[in-house]
Ligand binder design. Structure first.
Ligand code: AMP
Ligand code: MG
Length: 442
């Protein structure tokens, strides 16, 4: 049995190469950037007013000043501010020449075309209310690196940089299969001996959260022939197959055997973690790897200077091509994650193993956010042979509390969990105030 860290290492060493494509900005949320993004201009692009107010010379603050202009955002000031004058100015408007200070409109009164302060206080002098050209971003700055998952803030940067089309990694197609003679879909009334399929639906939502395309193959009976057919279909049609159930030591747990029969190599089938011990990872490799067409397109987009007209491959520096291929390709063509059937196991193992795999295949980096937090109460467990991952809530004071949790079938506990706490191998008890590693799923 390998440790969870070893399992994660093996998973991340066997990521796929997913080719790149251009997508519209509006379709890019959650995708992984395939190119670096540099600033095409300074931000702000001009000295601008941070407030609605009056632009003036700082040394004249406190004198009544004649208002010569009203500058709206988006327009170029017509007048220079000279001694004895000021210009009314709106937030985001260009600071007129001659002005080095903006007083907030709330602190002023304007009578007969003259602006004066409401109160002559030194307080006003503390902030000049000007955002200077380039103070946030300078032209040419690296704003986003390839591999960045496009968040709302990253979307703002892409828009600010003038990109209505974004070069990103393609998303994997994830096939999801549930197994078990006892499992029925939510729209079926279960017999007393049956259980509703929660994993398939949970994994579908988890996969969608990574941006992946999902193909849902439903429930497969614990029958080697049917399992083989379903696995072959899914692994043919999808980059990644996630199958739940049938991976333990039961008499009807055929999944590992079928995985091998489908031509996959199992890289691990037992992990020293609770829940999730029978988690299994298998790969199929392709030799020689066929570089997808648009891998070269991507390369060419970046190496425009290497292209001769009429022969797009002809003038590419072979070393550069080789380096690119080394960096960007993989011999892994298909993978299977076979996760235990208990819903908490499959939920946690997806977040801890599968999601990092998917994001890395797209050229990004993802692990749950890790924090070291003190326990609010003592926590004791019986078995200490495996790394335990238990659902917890994070309290407002920064401590964590274990939730009522009966084990890996108790999916209701996860609804209230903010995070998962790690209890290392060999540790029986965490006392109140002692720190533990907390994983927050993002
Ligand atoms: P298995 O891994 O097949 O031995 O299943 C372990 C436990 O998880 C059993 O109690 C199953 O009934 C349950 N289980 C398996 N698959 C699912 C599923 N798709 N949804 C909910 N529970 C499941
Ligand atoms: Mg089963």
């Amino acid at each position: 049995m390998i440790s969870f860290e070893e399992a994660l290492k093996i998973v991340l060493e066997n990521t796929q190469y997913l080719p790149h494509e251009s997508v519209k900005l509006e379709d890019s949320a959650g995708r992984v950037l395939a190119s670096d993004i540099y600033a095409d201009r300074d931000m702000p692009p001009f000295d601008k007013s941070a407030v609605d107010g009056y632009a003036l010379k700082r040394e004249e603050l406190g004198n009544p000043l004649r208002v010569v202009e009203n500058i709206a955002a988006g327009y170029v000031p017509k007048n220079e501010v000279i001694s004895g004058t000021c210009s009314k100015i709106m937030t985001g408007a260009v600071i007129p020449a001659g002005a080095d200070f903006v007083v907030m409109v709330e602190d002023t009164i304007e009578v007969n075309g003259f602006m004066d302060l409401k109160e002559k206080e030194e307080e006003f002098k503390k902030r000049n209310n000007i955002c200077y050209k380039g103070e946030d971003i300078s032209e040419g700055d690296l704003l986003l690196s390839r591999g960045t998952v496009i968040s709302p803030a990253a979307t703002a940067i892409l828009a600010t940089t003038g990109l209505s089309v974004v070069y990103v990694s393609k998303v994997p197609v994830v096939g999801i299969l549930s197994t078990g003679d006892e499992i029925v879909e939510p729209d079926v009334t279960p017999l007393p001996s049956q259980i509703r399929n929660s994993n398939g639906w949970q994994l579908r939502v988890q996969s969608l959260s990574t941006g992946s395309k999902v193909k849902y193959y439903g429930i497969v009976k614990d029958d080697p022939k049917l399992l083989g057919q379903a696995l072959l279909k899914s692994t043919e049609e999808c980059d990644i197959t996630i199958i739940t159930g049938g991976v333990s030591a039961g008499d009807f747990d055929y999944v590992p055997q079928i995985i091998t029969e489908c031509g996959f190599k199992i890289l691990f089938d037992k992990v020293s973690v609770q829940p999730g011990k029978p988690s299994t990872f298998a790969v199929k490799k392709a030799y020689p790897y066929e570089y997808p067409e648009d891998h070269l397109v991507g390369l060419i987009e970046e190496k425009k200077n290497l292209i001769i007209e009429g022969n797009i491959y002809g003038n590419i520096d072979n070393n550069a091509l080789q380096q690119k291929q080394n960096r960007r390709t993989s011999t892994v063509s298909k993978v299977i994650f076979a996760l235990p059937g208990n819903p908490v196991s499959s939920l946690i193992q997806f977040e801890m193993l599968v999601k990092p795999y998917i994001i890395k295949s797209m050229g990004g980096n993802y692990l749950p956010l890790r924090l070291s937090l003190p326990a609010a109460e003592d926590f004791t467990r019986k078995n200490t042979e495996r790394l335990s991952l238990i659902p917890v809530e994070i309290n407002p004071d920064g401590t964590f509390s274990a939730l009522r949790y009966n084990g890996s079938a108790h999916i209701a506990a996860m609804v209230h969990a903010d995070a998962i706490a790690e209890i290392p191998v060999g540790v029986k008890q965490i006392l109140a105030g002692e720190k533990a590693t907390i994983h927050i799923f993002r």
